[in-house]
Write a protein that binds this ligand. Structure first.
Ligand SMILES: CC(=O)N[C@H]1[C@@H](OP(=O)(O)OP(=O)(O)OC[C@H]2O[C@@H](n3ccc(=O)[nH]c3=O)[C@H](O)[C@@H]2O)O[C@H](CO)[C@@H](O)[C@@H]1O[C@H](C)C(=O)N[C@@H](C)C(=O)N[C@H](CCC(=O)O)C(=O)O
Ligand SMILES: Nc1ncnc2c1ncn2[C@@H]1O[C@H](COP(=O)(O)OP(=O)(O)OP(=O)(O)O)[C@@H](O)[C@H]1O
Ligand SMILES: N[C@H](CCC[C@H](N)C(=O)O)C(=O)O
Ligand SMILES: [Mg+2]
Length: 482
């Protein structure tokens, strides 16, 4: 068993009290999961302060505590370690507790507002095709080789993250591709983790409920690149206005990818079709099974990463041409009656605009009917913007519920409705029940029309008051159209 002294060696220890040679049986940040011999790390959260559970953790068996301030009640047989930031310490400790698995993998992290899941999933699929054993940590699912593990977060907490990485090493994985969310960066979930590369996709409006200002959202994303080591690569989208800013203070080797400017890695869109696009990657033409100009950026990031990981270019390009779209991202179904339905995870204004622009290019003379909602207990300021964009690019909009969580669904819809332009208010429908909203769209559609169901993509549930009820946009629309 490891000793406390060994586990805190990378932490910024301000002070300690008690025996540092105490053996640690597990590392835990939730008093409810503490066992005999646990090291409890008290974190300040958004709801409560973990410091208030220190006594409870000790009563459950914790023999050492990492905290930012000393508790009032001190137990003689417990060791207390005071650090500046316990969330950061948790990452550093968890990494050491699991013998630094990230150092035994080639781990690449992807951050940005949109495109993270798409890029990591495509990298995972591509490297599988190339014959490697790979790990994946994403919003949709986590994979240790071929074995699926349910994902609860886009980026797992520091302990779970290191458990999964260790599992990958033990199973013989050579690479791991993971999403690094802005929440994870602020909460130091990846502290102590060694990355061989970092990718930036783009930065647009999201999560301002949590980060409060766009500036601090940007700072959170940038902190990922600030901390990348010298021997890693930092790959950024320089067509995004913040692409260069991201790399301002990085020690990593810098690379740029672009479609509009000139980068180290470039893509050109040569032909757009209903379900395929001819693209050119650094001068070589490839037919891809993707639509949407934003997907050219995602594929370019995949291509560039493979090049930076020394995969032969020819193998990369062949694999690129065989990749298929990711579940819930422009997931298309054409009914027998000639109506096209598209399920997409667009849950930000920018994603919705990109998707609708793409769909406008493929509908010919048909109408676009958009069914969209916004998540409860999440950024409220994006709601009217999403509704306005839906109205701007669609012939008909049906506002509905996404995951209402603990909010009143009607009030979320009302926030969205406030963004509908005056002249479109009469024609915009509000149908709280998502199933009924989808039915309504199907009723309104005729041959040649396109129905976009946005916001939930791959999700197979609807979260209402802390309960997840089964719900699947793709299944719903298929059933209704049949
Ligand atoms: C806002 C947010 O990110 N919250 C995460 C955070 O919880 P929190 O800060 O609210 O924690 P808290 O409830 O205040 O508790 C504070 C501390 O006291 C501890 N505690 C609490 C109660 C108790 O009895 N005993 C105890 O020890 C808690 O374990 C915690 O360490 O830390 C928890 C433990 O790691 C996470 O589960 C939780 O994710 C919640 C469920 C969540 O919904 N997070 C979302 C917003 C999120 O993280 N999303 C991003 C994706 C965003 C994107 O799309 O880009 C993600 O990476 O998934
Ligand atoms: N490169 C991109 N630029 C802009 N929009 C994109 C891009 N890639 C995907 N999208 C849009 O954003 C949606 C979400 O994509 P994806 O799941 O890949 O992003 P994400 O960054 O993982 O999101 P989350 O923060 O929820 O994990 C897609 O359904 C699509 O509408
Ligand atoms: N990762 C995103 C997912 C949003 C998906 C949308 N369906 C919602 O519930 O708001 C978030 O946590 O904000
Ligand atoms: Mg994601």
């Amino acid at each position: 068993m490891k000793t406390l002294a060994g586990l805190i060696k990378n932490c910024d220890v301000k002070k300690y009290q008690g025996d540092l040679d105490v053996k640690v049986s597990s590392v835990c940040f939730d008093s409810r999961n503490v066992q005999e011999g646990t090291l409890y790390v008290a974190q300040r959260g958004t709801q409560v302060d973990g410091h208030q559970f220190i006594s409870k953790a000790i009563r459950s068996g914790a023999t050492c505590v990492v905290c930012e301030t000393m508790p009032q009640t001190i137990y003689d047989n417990v060791t207390y370690v005071l650090v500046e930031n316990t969330a950061r310490a948790l990452g550093q400790i968890a990494s050491l507790f699991y013998d630094e698995p990230s150092k035994e993998l080639k781990l690449v992290g992807v951050t940005g507002t949109n495109g993270k899941t798409s890029i990591v999933t495509l990298l995972y699929k591509m490297f599988n095709k190339l014959g490697y054993k790979v790990g994946l940590l994403s919003t949709i699912a986590n994979y240790v080789g071929e074995k699926e593990h349910k994902a609860t977060h886009t980026t797992p907490d520091a302990v779970q993250l290191n458990v999964l990485l260790r599992d990958m090493v033990n199973e013989g994985c050579e690479y791991c591709f993971m999403e690094v969310s802005s929440h994870a960066l602020v909460q130091h979930r990846v502290a102590g983790v060694h990355f061989i590369g970092g990718i930036f996709t783009n930065l647009t409006h999201d999560h301002l409920d949590y980060h409060e200002t766009f500036k601090s959202y940007l700072t959170a994303k940038k902190s990922f690149f600030d901390k990348l080591p010298k021997d890693s690569f930092a790959l950024t989208n320089i067509d995004d206005r913040n692409g260069e800013v991201m790399l301002q203070n990085t020690k990593a080797k810098q690379y740029a990818y672009a479609a509009k400017s000139l980068g180290d890695f470039n893509v050109k869109i040569l032909e757009r079709h209903f379900d395929t696009t001819l693209m050119e990657f650094n001068g070589t033409e490839v037919w891809t099974q993707f639509i949407g100009d934003f997907n050219a950026y995602n594929l370019l990031a995949v291509y560039a990463t493979a090049c930076l990981l020394d995969i032969p270019e020819q193998s990369t390009l062949v694999a690129l041409s065989t990749l298929e779209p990711v579940a819930g991202r422009l997931d298309t179904y054409v009914s027998g009656s000639g109506i096209t339905a598209v399920v997409d995870y667009a849950h930000t204004p920018d994603a919705l605009e990109n998707v609708l622009k793409t769909l406008k290019g493929i509908v010919d003379d048909g109408q676009i009917i958009t069914v969209v909602g916004a998540g409860g207990n999440r950024d409220k300021t994006k709601r009217p913007k999403m509704a306005r964009i839906a109205c701007e690019y669609s012939n008909r909009v049906i506002l509905t519920s996404d995951n209402p969580r603990n909010e009143q669904p009607e009030s979320i819809i009302e926030d969205m409705f406030n963004g509908v332009p005056e002249e479109q208010k009469l024609a915009t429908l509000c149908v709280t029940n998502r199933r009924e909203a989808i039915k309504m769209a199907a009723l309104l559609a005729v041959k040649g029309d396109l129905i976009l169901i946005a916001g939930k993509g791959h999700e197979t549930y609807q979260e209402v008051e802390d309960k997840r009820n089964y719900f699947n946009d793709k299944e719903e629309i298929k059933q209704i159209l049949n």
